[in-house]
Design a protein around this ligand. Structure first.
Ligand SMILES: [Zn+2]
Ligand SMILES: [Zn+2]
Length: 364
């Protein structure tokens, strides 16, 4: 692979990549040239927002709404890439029967111990020196389960990302319907800096070229191996089964991090209810990670900040905790928009603070 080259030509032909994926039975959709996100919707779709399932464009062969348009139809694929030979390829994971473990390696502050492997307490006695990113949290999880480190598994398709991350491609032969998550989410997550791409998301195809670099297959298997049983079990444990409200009672950790829970205690009676509200609105924000464009991210973040602002002024948590939780959620969904996000958070919190949100005792 010509990884050192930043030219977008003379790489594996973009159409050939799309055709190869479709031939594997994986529905594909275009990515904007040089980007890892889908191209914009057509003008009518932009002008009148609607849900992808109501979109008239797919029937007439347009690629609107990202992975919702994905197809294995070679004629349609040929037509799309003829219009724009610079398109990259996205694969719709769910209908492809794929689960892709997306290991990140972003420089970031390491979160509290209870956020590294959600649901798995890590004793203060465990030395976490040197733990920096998703490679380390995934290796730690594998070690706890006495399983081999997936990132070292040359028996499945592994793709190095331009930012130094790794995509581990697996076939889901379990017939579970797994759903996406973001590793830094305060709700559903497998491990810190480890995202899951399955139903409701897409993954950049191997050999796709972006302005950041090439998604380069590593030496070893060139097709996905079956999802290891232990990983399937971990996905179930961490609430990744689709069609089942998440999170299932995840023992022993609830969905909201300790810091916020301690803050939530302050208001007494409505603690559980407030946690629930908090978790729901934060999850709405982090869920946008699986839809890089057109997810209504700013609106959701604003709504979340407004709601949390109400919880703050009702005394359910502190302003500082609120700000931090919202910033974490926003960063998980839109890592490159910190500045815009913090402006949205500030104004949303301020507006919400004028409408105290008193949450009573949760039923049940
Ligand atoms: Zn359209
Ligand atoms: Zn549409």
């Amino acid at each position: 692979m010509a990884v050192g080259s930043d030219r977008t030509e003379r790489q594996p032909d973009a159409l050939a990549v799309a055709r190869w994926c479709a031939a594997q039975g994986w529905p594909v959709h275009p990515l904007a040239p040089g980007r890892k996100t889908p191209p914009a919707n057509c003008q009518p779709c932009q002008d009148s927002p609607h849900s992808p399932s109501e979109c008239p464009c797919h029937r007439v062969g347009r690629w609107c709404h990202g992975f919702h348009a994905a197809t294995t139809d070679q004629d349609l694929i040929g037509a799309w890439w003829r219009v724009n030979p610079g398109f990259g390829t996205g694969v719709a994971c769910g209908p492809a029967g794929l689960v892709v473990i997306d290991v990140d390696s972003h420089p970031a502050d390491v979160p509290a111990r209870d956020r590294l492997l959600p649901g798995i307490p890590i004793h203060d006695g465990v030395d976490l020196d040197g733990l920096e990113n998703g490679y380390h949290t995934l290796a730690l999880l594998a070690a706890l389960r006495k399983a081999p480190d997936p990132s070292q598994d040359s028996g499945t398709l592994r793709v190095r990302t331009p930012s130094g991350g790794l995509h581990l491609w697996y076939r889901d032969d379990t017939h579970h319907r797994f759903t996406c998550s973001t590793g830094s989410s305060t709700g559903r997550a497998l491990a810190w800096q480890v995202d899951v791409r399955a139903h409701g998301g897409y993954i950049v195809a191997p050999s796709t070229v972006t302005t950041g670099g090439t998604y380069t297959p590593l030496p070893g298997a060139t097709t996905p191996a079956p999802l290891p049983r232990w990983l399937a079990e971990e996905l179930i444990r961490t609430g990744h089964l689709k069609d089942r409200p998440s999170p299932q009672p995840r023992t022993p950790q609830p969905a909201v991090p300790d810091r916020a829970r301690q803050a939530v205690v302050a208001a007494g009676g409505g603690k559980r209810g407030a946690e629930k509200v908090l978790d729901t609105v934060l999850q709405d924000v982090t869920d946008c990670a699986t839809t890089p464009e057109g997810a209504g991210f700013t609106g959701k973040l604003n709504r979340a900040a407004y709601t949390v602002g109400g919880l703050v002024s009702a005394g359910h948590l502190t302003h500082a905790a609120a700000e931090r939780l919202l910033a974490d959620a926003a960063r998980a969904a839109r890592p490159s928009q910190d500045r815009q996000s913090s402006a949205v958070i500030r104004s949303g919190l301020a507006a919400g603070a004028r409408q105290p949100l008193h949450v009573g005792k949760a039923r049940g």
